[in-house]
Design a protein around this ligand. Sequence first.
Ligand SMILES: NC(=O)c1ccc[n+]([C@@H]2O[C@H](COP(=O)([O-])OP(=O)(O)OC[C@H]3O[C@@H](n4cnc5c(N)ncnc54)[C@H](O)[C@@H]3O)[C@@H](O)[C@H]2O)c1
Length: 327
Amino acid sequence: MSENVLVTGGAGYIGSHTCKELAKNGLVPVSLDNLVYGHRGFAKWGPLVEGDIEDGVLLDRLFAEHRFAAVIHFAAFAYVGESVQDPGKYYRNNVAGTISLLEAMRRAACCDIIFSSTCATYGTPETDLIGEDTPQRPINPYGRGKLMVETILQDYQAAYGIRHGILRYFNAAGADPDGDVGERHDPETHLVPLAIKAALGQAGPLTVFGSDYPTPDGTAIRDYVHVTDLADAHVRALQFLRREKASVVCNLGTGCGSSVQEVVDTIAEVCGREVPLRRGGRRAGDPPRLVAAIGRASELLGWTARRSAIETIVADAWRWHEREGQR
Ligand SMILES: NC(=O)c1ccc[n+]([C@@H]2O[C@H](COP(=O)([O-])OP(=O)(O)OC[C@H]3O[C@@H](n4cnc5c(N)ncnc54)[C@H](O)[C@@H]3O)[C@@H](O)[C@H]2O)c1
């Protein structure tokens, strides 16, 4: 009989792609999403339960009904700027919500969880490549909340034996190559969809924040990783926890960065349309360069970012947004 996996935030961007990958691997994803940012139509590979991770009664019912083999925990708010304006909202949903989920796991004796962490836990590191041991000094409530959850997970392992896979994503981008799901954040703050929508005329010109960074073309460099590669890493992390009976913490990136200008140029090359631009100043707290050291994910999970060349990310995202525009 197939095993069930609880996927919180399964109707969101990365969660939905991961559900597809779980199903491909013979697992049944049961999505729990309050649909604040998720989309009903994104939950295509298993049941969708509309509800909140803070609802302990609902969680107990779901654990009893589905006897989950493991949990993959995406549900969170993820707007850095909003987290500065309204930190309470973020600590409540992202930290207290996770404790509610962990307590339900304890009650149900479910002991494997994969958690969506982020490069935002590193803050503004001075190294060229960010390894898992680079000091974590987050500079906003979103990043601090994610780091708090990492600490809580370590304590829950020590006290209650709940194993964790902490996956620190760099910049998720791209869309399912088959076009089944893609990126639909509202509001959208990520570079690739904003640039593509600007090129397609679905949104206004792209604002480039900062053109005087100490980088070759003056724009900020980020490490873009294809969402299907992230999905693959989640399944591998789950397999690691169960095989090794141990926890794991990994960066998920490519080890190569692309600047904002390079992303814009790639869109023009791959899609044949210029991205209308507006030049803006630097944003507070935006480091010049954030690129992952990725040795650990490769060594422990056998993972490589196979679809994450920036041209492939852009081509897949372009197809998705073109179709979205025709919906
Ligand atoms: N997108 C990125 O580049 C990126 C980078 C690093 C980390 N992350 C993390 O990855 C995770 C997924 O990100 P995403 O881009 O797919 O975001 P998303 O907003 O598309 O998905 C999150 C989902 O969680 C749901 N949700 C939020 N709070 C909930 C709650 N209390 N109960 C039930 N459902 C709830 C939302 O409705 C949404 O469907 C988040 O934890 C985010 O912090 C994302």
